[in-house]
Design a protein around this ligand. Structure first.
Ligand code: SF4
Length: 275
């Protein structure tokens, strides 16, 4: 039998690099954050509703559905008491209806089995219907201000480009390493972790996007492992009179045109799938 291939060494981020990353990212977020309704609440029910709606769906599309759903079901008990047909009606048009069914099952479970209290620890949250590792981290961090990491597709892309361009963010081992990096980057307190996680997701949605890496508008160029590769590819293309560069792994189009701010930064409700 062929010997097993050894696991790749765990990725580590030096403490000073992690501190510089946080400083730049948080300063950028304070200036550029969008005003989104779920950023004004610490109610775990409302955070859960927003997080489930944002799975596979862009922010701009979720906004109206989020308000409407909360008008129908303003708290966990109201949702638990509702008939399944009413819940599906409130979700109508948003798609991926398993999310609505899971949310309803979660509300009934928590109200009957857990005294109506949504747990605050990621391990306990993961026991609930429809709650995976990302959603558990998001609820712990955004509702309870716990020092919990989270990695969705936006965060995975940013961490992969900055720290580990060799990793594949969608492979099992690659994703596992990105979770390790996310843990290493966490600030010391839960309150700062709220800002940190929101900022990471916002940068992935607005600047370091799947379609284009808007490096000229990014606060992380100084420590980003992918940036020099993209800049060199853009320079090569310039030298060859406008021939399109071949972007490095993990980017589709490379650096956006010089000094052009991303359109998304100029819109208050720019879209960005949260995965
Ligand atoms: S410098 Fe470019 S590739 Fe690196 S994180 Fe910023 S936008 Fe992404």
């Amino acid at each position: 039998m062929a010997p097993r291939r050894p696991a790749p060494p765990a990725q580590t981020v030096a403490p000073d690099a992690a501190a510089a990353f946080r400083r730049r990212l948080h300063a950028w977020f304070r200036k550029h954050r969008r005003d989104l309704p779920w950023r004004h609440t610490r109610d775990p029910y409302r955070i859960l509703v927003s997080e489930l709606m944002l799975q596979q769906t862009q922010v701009s599309r979720v906004l109206d559905f989020y308000r409407r759903f909360l008008d129908y079901f303003p708290d966990l008990q109201a949702l638990a008491d509702a008939r399944p047909k009413k819940v599906m009606e409130a979700w109508q048009g948003l798609g991926y209806y398993a999310r609505a069914r899971n949310l309803h099952a979660l509300a009934r479970h928590v109200t009957t089995e857990q005294d109506g209290v949504i747990p605050s620890e990621p391990v306990a949250l993961r026991e609930l219907p429809g709650v995976g590792a990302y959603t558990a981290g998001a609820v712990a961090s955004f509702a309870y201000e716990k020092r919990a990491a989270l990695v969705d597709t936006n965060v995975a892309r940013v961490l992969q480009r900055v720290f580990a361009p060799h990793l594949h963010p969608k492979s099992g081992p690659g994703l596992k390493q990105l979770w390790v990096i996310a843990e290493q980057l966490l600030p010391r307190t839960g309150k700062s972790t709220w800002t940190h996680n929101q900022a990471l997701m916002e940068l992935g949605a607005l600047v370091c996007t799947a379609r284009v890496a808007h490096c000229t508008a990014c606060p992380l160029t100084a420590g980003c492992a992918t940036y020099p590769l993209l800049a060199a590819a853009a320079q090569d293309a310039d030298a060859q009179h406008g021939t399109a560069p071949r972007p490095p792994k993990g980017t589709r189009r490379g650096v956006r045109a010089k000094n052009a701010p991303p359109k998304s930064l100029t819109k208050s409700t720019a879209s960005g799938s949260r995965g």
